[in-house]
Design a protein around this ligand. Structure first.
Ligand SMILES: C[S@@+](CC[C@H](N)C(=O)[O-])C[C@H]1O[C@@H](n2cnc3c(N)ncnc32)[C@H](O)[C@@H]1O
Length: 204
């Protein structure tokens, strides 16, 4: 797989098993700003049904639930979903949240059923980008919003610093969205405190 591919970490295997719980716990901290950013981009309302693909321990899903939206959080790693369920029981958001074990490429969700579909720090791990994008398009209603948010990384970064997208990787993903029939595709660069992020947004 070329380094430039937006899913350059497709073979990362550390979200399951015991390490999955450790990884999930590290994701509880510091994700609130990312969650708020996607909710703001989506102009989230209580009438929305949000699908969070690769929800991890569920920070963004719970934020949408706190705002009254109905939410479906999807992740292929059981440790992530167990943490998400536990944290949600403790924090009790007012919106309804369902948790499903599935990968982006095989969402067990009916067609045209969600109004917002977002994915935070996850797309760079999807093994089948075309499959994941097709599934997001299938489940989104007409006029729906798709957002992929990633940490903005430097070309040539290694280790933890490489978990995210360089500008080229974000642009390649934006092109793929357009090829799959998404419209109004945009690449937004933002600095959340000292954390640079890039969001690729699109409409159905
Ligand atoms: C870095 S974590 C981000 C979790 C969460 N979105 C957050 O921002 O805190 C990446 C997540 O993507 C999930 N993931 C990996 N491969 C995936 C796939 N093919 N489809 C959906 N999610 C996937 C992992 O299990 C993990 O929970």
């Amino acid at each position: 797989m070329p380094d430039l591919a937006p899913n350059h970490h497709a073979h990362y295997r550390q979200f399951s098993g015991a390490f999955g719980y450790v990884a999930g716990l590290t994701m509880i901290i510091g994700r609130g700003r990312d969650a708020k950013m996607v909710a703001d981009i989506a102009n989230l309302k209580a009438t929305d049904h949000v699908l969070d693909i690769g929800c991890g321990p569920g920070t963004a899903a719970r934020l949408a639930g706190r705002r009254g939206s109905r939410v479906t959080g999807v992740d292929p790693a059981q440790p992530m979903l167990r943490l998400a369920r536990l944290l949600t029981r403790l924090r009790r958001p007012k919106g309804e949240i369902d948790w499903l074990c599935a990968g982006a490429e095989h969402l067990t969700i009916v067609d045209d059923s969600v109004t917002v579909c977002w994915s935070l720090a996850s797309v760079h791990h999807w093994p089948d980008l075309a499959g994941g994008i097709s599934e997001a398009k299938r489940v989104l209603r007409a006029g729906g919003t798709f957002i992929a948010l990633e940490k903005r990384t430097e070309p040539g970064a290694t280790g933890n610093a490489s978990h995210g997208w360089t500008p080229d990787q974000a642009n390649t993903f934006a092109t793929l969205l357009g090829e799959h029939g998404f419209t109004a595709v945009e690449v937004l660069n933002r600095d959340l405190g000292r954390r640079p992020v890039v969001a690729v947004t699109a409409q159905t």
